[in-house]
Design a protein around this ligand. Structure first.
Ligand code: ZN
Length: 303
């Protein structure tokens, strides 16, 4: 019998659960609001249980909001560590799903999973290494694939919190990050835009100065990522990127900031093909979780 795989994109506002074997072969999908962890996890588990009991699932992948513990040798492996989201600190996400479904579980950050999925499901991206996915939405996160594996270290990339230049005369907004104030996320995530301008990205019109400032902050972050990691492609996703003309502005600002220093046409005349929107649209995270599950079932190292 050919197997399917489970995928969970565990987000701060909702869990997306999927049974699939590829983006073209999705058997079932459900969105569950992220309320109390017990309730949310119970509903996610109930979604998968019928498939697990029928023996249809080979493995489940979890793409979790974080920070999370990714160290397999740790007693708290697969837990959310500390999060400002009430009730969710120290939730043993991976262990609870594993106990309930009795299946192998692949576990990574939402953005590492999205990066993995974007590369896994698009043959054009397979040879590109390192490969970076950045999301700008409720928060800012960066996933990195290096040597074809999600990059783990002391913990995992927290490049969404990188320090970027902040001209307080031009932009007196102090930032909203509870840890750093005006880090990248504190200045440029969706809630920061809403707090600075008094309206959300959905209602800010084209031509509003918010978009040039936002493009510059994102471009500063991308330039730093390009200097630090030399990625061969960058996928830029998240709700803020739906803003008018934001992606072209980000590409132009990134090219301007690099100022010809990086000797590659991909950050020059080919930059439109270098900084790309997600191939998988809003499903990068959950289809990344499916890809991690397949990788685990085939003997990968993401368990
Ligand atoms: Zn921060």
């Amino acid at each position: 019998m050919s197997h399917y795989f489970g995928g969970i994109e565990a987000g701060g506002t909702k869990f997306v659960c999927m049974v699939a074997r590829s983006p073209e072969a999705i058997l079932d999908e459900r969105r569950i609001p992220a309320t109390h962890p017990d309730e949310t996890l119970q509903r996610a588990i109930e979604f998968f249980l019928p498939y697990a009991r029928l023996g249809k699932l080979a493995a489940v992948g979890i793409a979790a909001f974080g920070p999370v513990d990714l160290n397999p040798a740790s007693a708290t492996f697969g837990n959310i560590t500390t999060t400002p989201k009430p009730g969710w600190s120290h939730v043993d996400l991976r262990a609870r799903v594993e106990r309930a479904l009795n299946l192998p579980i692949a576990f990574d950050t939402d953005v590492n999973a999205a990066a993995f999925g974007e590369q896994y499901w698009n043959p054009d991206f397979h040879a590109l290494d390192p490969f970076v996915y950045m999301t700008v939405g409720t928060g800012i996160g960066v996933g990195v694939i290096a040597n074809r594996r999600p990059l783990h270290g002391l913990v995992h990339s927290e490049a969404g919190h990188m320090a970027i230049p902040h001209d307080r005369e031009r932009d007196p907004f102090p930032g909203i990050c509870p840890y750093h104030g005006d880090c990248l996320e504190g200045l440029a995530c969706g809630p920061a835009m809403a707090a600075r301008w008094g309206q959300t990205g959905e209602t800010l019109p084209a031509g509003h100065p918010a978009w040039d400032l936002e493009a510059e902050y994102i471009a500063l972050a991308l330039a730093n990522l390009i200097y630090a990691l030399s990625p061969q492609r960058i996928i830029l996703g998240g709700g803020v990127l739906h803003g008018p003309e934001l992606l072209p502005k980000v590409r132009a600002q990134t090219r301007r900031l690099l100022n010809g220093y990086i000797q590659s046409p991909w950050v020059g005349e080919k930059i439109d093909a270098y900084i790309l929107p997600p191939t998988l649209g809003k499903r990068s995270g959950v289809l990344g979780a499916i890809a991690l599950a397949i990788d685990l079932a085939r003997g990968g190292a993401t368990a």
